[in-house]
Design a binder for this molecule. Structure first.
Ligand code: 7GP
Length: 806
C-alpha cells in the first residue's frame, strides 16, 4: 500500500495465526517478557498494542488521504470526553475480537481476565462528555476529517464509594499502570502563557506572559466503524518547563520549594473538575480552559500551515466546534493570534474567527452559564480581556443601532455583567463570536431562544439552529448488548443497521411474530441475569444519570417509599420490581449528596424487610460509569426520565435506553418529547406538568405543602422521611421539599405514581410489553449520533467526507 511519501506499510493480518505471531512478537520485543513469565498485566498491555497496531496502520492511511485532500477539517474542542473502555471498542472496530481470543487462549492466557484489566479513561462528568465521544465515533464512521481536542487529566472523574450510605469520593488514577492506547507526541508540544502584561510595540500589541507552561499532547485513535478511517483525539497534559526546577534550592535541601513551580504548572491538568452544572469559580479551572484553547489553536494553525499559505483560506478549511462555554476563550485567543502575532487587521481577523467557530449550549440552568470575574480574567489573561472589551464595544454598537434607547437590552447583552460584581459572560461571548449556536434538542433550542438567549435571538435569529443529540449505536447497542444485536441482525437479515440506524424500522413488522417476541424477551431476561442485581423475572426500573435536584431522583424515591407502604398495608397488587439507581453527585453539591444518602438508607430498610420479598428490591451500585452503563442499559425494562419539564437540555441516557428496548416513563422535557413523537404516545408513559405549566407554577405562588396536605400517600411518604425513619438526612431532604421544592416534585407526584400503575398493567401483559419494547427499538433509529453528525454537517460544519481506501 502506498503512502504519500512512498513508504510501504506491511499490512497486519487479522487471522488468528497472524494475530498470534504479532502478539508474541510484541510480548517479547515491546513488553520485554515471555509467555512463561508474563503477568496478566503484561498480557493485557501486549494485547492492547497488537490491536492498536492494526488501527495505527489504518490511521497512517487516513492521514495520507486527508493530507492529499486538504479538506475542511472539523475540530471539536471539549474540556471533557467520556470515551468508555477502549479494548472492546478497538477489538470490534479492527475486526480482531475472535482472532484475539483464539490467540490469547493458544498462549495460555484467559481472555476475560485480561479484558477486565482495561480501565476506562473517565475524562468527563456526564452527558456533555459522553456526547463528545459519540460525535467523534460518528465523525470517523462517516469519514469526516476530524480531530477532537481535550485535556489529559491525570485524575478523571472521581471514583464513587458508599460509606454508611454516604457518597465518598476517591481519586481516579486511571493511567496508573500506563495507558497502552496513547501515542505521546512530545515534539508537538506547545508553550502556553499566563499573567504578565501588554505593551504596544510598533503599532502592534505584545503580550509578555509572566509564567509559561508546556502543553504536551498525546493522542488516542478514534476508529470509524465499517470504514478504513481512523481519526484521533488529541489530549494535552501540562508540564513544567525545565527551568522551573530550582536546583539551587534543591541543593540547599529545600526539596518542596525546589519543585513548587513545577507542581503548580502540572496541576493544570491534574484533575477533572467534578462538576457538571456550575462553574467551580476557581482560577485553576480558568487556567485549564485557556490551556486547552491555547494548545489546541496553535496545533490547528500548525496543521493549517502544513497545507495552506493564505490566511484568507483559514475559515474555509477550518470548522471549530466549542463544546459548551468551557473552550470559549478560543475566540479572543484566535483574534490575538491573528491580529497581534500574524498582523491581520481587526475586521479581517474577526470575519475569519466568526466563520471558523460554532457553539453548542448544553444547559438551561442559568447558574450553569459560565461567567468569570473580570479581575481574575484580566490578571490571568490581560490581552484577552482587552480583546473581549473590543469585541464588546462592537457588539453594543450593533445593539444600540438596532434597538435605539433600549438601555436595558444593552445591559443584558453586554459581554460584561456589572452587578453585583463585574463578570465576563461566556455564553454571550460564544454567540457573538460564532456563526451558529445550537441547542441539543428541539425544546431546548426553543427555550434557549425564548428565554436564556432571547436577546441574542432578537438580534441574530439566523444564528440559532437545533441539533438533537444522538448516541453511538456501536457503543450502546453492539458493544453493550451483543445478544440483542445478534437478534436485530437476524431479524433484519443484515448488520448494516450499525452504520445506518434508520434500518431498525424494519423490526416493526416482527412484533407480529410470536417467536421473535419470545426471543426478544429471552434476551432481556438474559441481560438482567448477567447484570446480577435483583430477580431477572422482576421489572427492572432504572434511573441512571448524574444526581441533580432538577433530574428528580427524589421523586423516584418517593415512589419507592409509596410502594413500600402499599406492601406493608397488605394486599399489594403491583408487579415485582427491582429499582436501580446509578450516578454521582458533585462533591460540593450537598443537597444531591443527601438524596444519595437517603436512597441508600431506604434501600437498606426495604431490602431487609421480609415483607418486600419477591415484590420490591432497591439497588444502587456505586460508581456509575460507561463500563457499568453498558451492563445496565441492555438489562433495563423501564427508563426513568422524570426531570422537571424545561430543565433537561436533552438527555442521552433516555435515547440509549429506548434504543435498547426499555420503555420510558417521563415528562415532556428535553429529547423525551422527540422520543415520544417517534415511538408513539401508546408506547411511552407520559406524566406531569409540561414546560409552560411548570414555568407558570414556578413563577406564581407555588405551595408544596398544599400537595402534601391533599395527598395521603404523599403525606405518608414525606412523614416517614421527616420523622427520621431513614436517619437525620431524611429530615433535611423532606424540609427542602416541603419548604421550597424548587423543582416541583410534589406537584408532579400524584401524576407520576398513578402512571406507574399503568406501567404495572402493561408489564402484566408480557406480550403487550414486548411489543412496546420492540417498537421502541424499531422507531428510535433517529437517535443515532450518525444522524446528529449529519445534521451538524448540513447546518453548521459544511465539511465533506474523505474516503480512505480499504
Ligand atoms: C448535559 C445536559 O444536562 C443533558 O441534558 C444533555 O443531554 C447533555 O449535556 C448533552 O448535550 N449537560 C452537561 O453534561 C453539562 O455539563 C454543563 O452541562 C453546561
Amino acid at each position: 500500500m502506498d503512502l504519500r511519501n512512498g513508504v510501504e506499510l506491511r499490512s497486519l493480518g487479522t487471522s488468528p495465526a497472524a494475530f498470534k505471531e504479532d502478539l508474541l512478537s510484541n510480548l517479547y520485543y515491546r513488553r520485554g517478557t515471555t509467555v512463561e513469565s508474563a503477568s496478566a498485566q503484561d498480557a493485557y498491555e501486549t494485547l492492547a498494542l497488537t490491536v492498536r497496531d492494526r488501527l495505527a496502520e489504518r490511521r497512517a492511511r487516513t492521514a495520507a488521504a486527508h493530507y492529499a485532500a486538504n479538506p475542511r477539517w472539523v475540530y471539536y474542542l471539549s474540556a471533557e470526553y467520556l470515551l468508555g473502555p477502549q479494548l472492546e471498542q478497538n477489538l470490534l472496530y479492527s475486526g480482531t475480537a475472535e482472532a484475539a481470543r483464539t490467540a490469547l487462549e493458544a498462549c495460555g492466557f484467559a481472555p476475560d481476565e485480561i479484558a477486565a484489566l482495561d480501565v476506562e479513561p473517565g475524562l468527563g462528568n456526564g452527558g456533555l462528555g459522553r456526547l463528545a465521544a459519540c460525535l467523534l465515533d460518528s465523525l470517523a464512521t462517516m469519514d469526516i476529517p476530524a480531530v477532537g481536542y481535550g485535556i489529559r487529566y491525570d485524575l478523571g472523574i472521581f471514583k464513587q464509594e458508599f460509606h454508611d450510605g454516604r457518597q465518598v469520593e476517591r481519586p481516579d488514577d486511571w493511567a496508573f499502570q500506563g495507558d497502552p492506547w496513547e501515542f505521546p507526541a512530545p515534539d508537538d508540544r506547545q508553550v502556553v502563557g499566563f499573567y504578565g502584561s501588554t505593551s504596544v510595540v510598533g503599532g502592534r500589541t505584545v503580550w509578555t506572559p509572566g509564567e509559561t507552561v508546556l502543553g504536551e499532547p498525546s493522542h488516542l485513535l478514534v476508529p470509524g466503524y465499517g470504514t478504513a478511517t481512523v481519526n484521533i483525539v488529541r489530549l494535552w497534559r501540562a508540564q513544567a518547563s525545565e527551568a522551573s526546577f530550582d536546583l539551587t534550592r534543591f541543593a540547599a535541601g529545600q526539596y518542596a520549594e525546589a519543585v513548587q513551580d513545577a507542581v503548580r504548572a502540572e496541576n493544570i491538568s491534574k484533575v477533572l473538575y467534578p462538576d457538571d452544572s456550575t462553574p467551580a469559580g476557581r482560577e485553576l479551572r480558568l487556567k485549564q480552559q485557556y490551556f486547552l484553547v491555547s494548545c489546541s489553536l496553535r496545533d490547528i494553525v500548525r496543521r493549517f500551515r502544513l497545507r495552506n499559505g493564505d490566511w484568507a483560506d483559514f475559515a474555509s478549511k477550518t470548522a471549530i466546534q466549542l463544546n459548551d462555554t468551557h473552550p470559549v476563550l478560543a475566540i479572543p485567543e484566535l483574534m490575538r493570534l491573528l491580529v497581534d502575532e500574524e498582523g491581520l487587521d481587526w475586521d479581517h481577523a474577526w470575519s475569519l474567527v466568526r466563520r471558523t467557530f460554532n457553539y453548542t449550549c448544553h444547559t438551561l440552568l442559568p447558574e450553569a452559564l459560565e461567567t468569570w470575574p473580570v479581575d481574575m480574567l484580566g490578571r490571568l489573561l490581560p490581552r484577552h480581556l482587552e480583546i473581549i472589551y473590543l469585541i464588546n464595544a462592537e457588539l453594543l454598537d450593533e445593539v444600540r443601532a438596532r434597538f435605539p434607547d433600549d438601555l436595558d437590552r444593552v445591559r443584558r447583552m453586554s459581554l460584561i455583567q456589572e452587578e453585583p460584581t463585574r463578570q465576563v459572560r461566556m455564553a454571550n461571548l460564544a454567540v457573538t463570536g460564532t456563526t451558529r449556536t445550537n441547542g441539543v434538542a428541539a425544546l431546548h433550542t426553543q427555550l434557549l431562544t425564548s428565554t436564556v438567549l432571547r436577546d441574542f435571538h432578537d438580534l441574530w435569529p439566523d444564528r440559532f439552529v437545533n441539533v438533537t443529540n444522538g448516541v453511538s449505536p456501536r457503543r450502546f447497542v453492539r458493544l453493550a448488548d451483543p445478544l440483542v444485536s445478534a437478534l436485530i441482525s437476524d431479524g433484519l437479515g443484515t448488520d448494516r443497521w450499525l452504520s445506518d440506524l434508520s434500518l431498525l424500522s424494519g423490526l416493526a413488522p416482527l412484533v407480529a411474530d410470536a417467536s421473535f417476541r419470545s426471543r426478544w424477551r429471552d434476551v432481556k431476561r438474559a441481560n438482567k441475569a448477567a447484570l446480577g442485581l435483583g430477580d431477572p423475572a422482576a421489572l427492572l426500573d432504572v434511573m441512571v444519570k448524574r444526581f441533580h435536584e432538577y433530574k428528580r431522583q427524589q421523586l423516584k424515591l418517593l415512589h419507592v417509599i409509596t410502594l413500600y407502604h402499599r406492601i406493608l398495608a397488605g394486599g399489594y397488587d403491583g408487579v415485582p420490581r427491582t429499582v436501580l439507581f446509578g450516578g454521582k453527585a458533585a462533591p460540593a453539591y450537598h443537597a444531591a449528596k443527601n438524596i444519595i444518602h437517603l436512597i441508600n438508607a431506604v434501600a437498606a430498610r426495604v431490602n431487609a424487610d421480609p415483607a418486600t420479598d419477591g415484590l420490591l428490591t432497591v439497588v444502587f451500585p456505586a460508581n456509575y460509569n460507561i463500563t457499568l452503563a453498558e451492563r445496565v442499559i441492555p438489562a433495563a425494562d423501564l427508563s426513568e426520565q422524570i426531570s422537571m419539564a424545561g430543565k433537561e437540555a436533552s438527555g442521552t441516557g433516555n435515547m440509549k435506553l429506548s434504543l435498547n428496548g426499555a420503555l420510558t416513563i417521563g415528562t415532556l422535557d428535553g429529547a423525551n418529547i422527540e422520543i415520544r413523537d417517534r415511538v408513539g404516545a401508546d408506547n411511552f408513559f407520559l406524566f406531569g406538568l409540561n414546560a409552560a405549566e411548570a414555568l407558570t407554577l414556578r413563577s406564581g405562588d407555588y405551595r408544596p405543602r398544599d400537595h402534601y396536605a391533599a395527598d395521603g400517600e404523599l403525606r405518608a411518604a414525606l412523614d416517614v422521611i421527616s420523622a427520621g425513619a431513614f436517619g437525620g438526612v431524611g429530615q433535611e431532604v423532606a424540609a427542602s421539599l416541603l419548604d421550597r421544592d424548587e423543582y416541583l416534585t410534589l406537584a408532579d407526584y400524584r401524576s407520576y405514581v398513578d402512571r406507574q400503575s399503568d406501567v404495572d398493567a402493561a408489564w402484566r401483559d408480557q406480550e403487550r410489553w414486548t411489543t412496546m419494547s420492540i417498537l421502541n427499538t424499531a422507531r428510535t433509529g433517529y437517535f443515532s449520533s450518525d444522524r446528529t453528525v449529519a445534521d451538524y454537517l448540513t447546518h453548521i460544519w459544511h465539511a465533506s467526507p474523505v474516503r480512505v481506501d480499504a
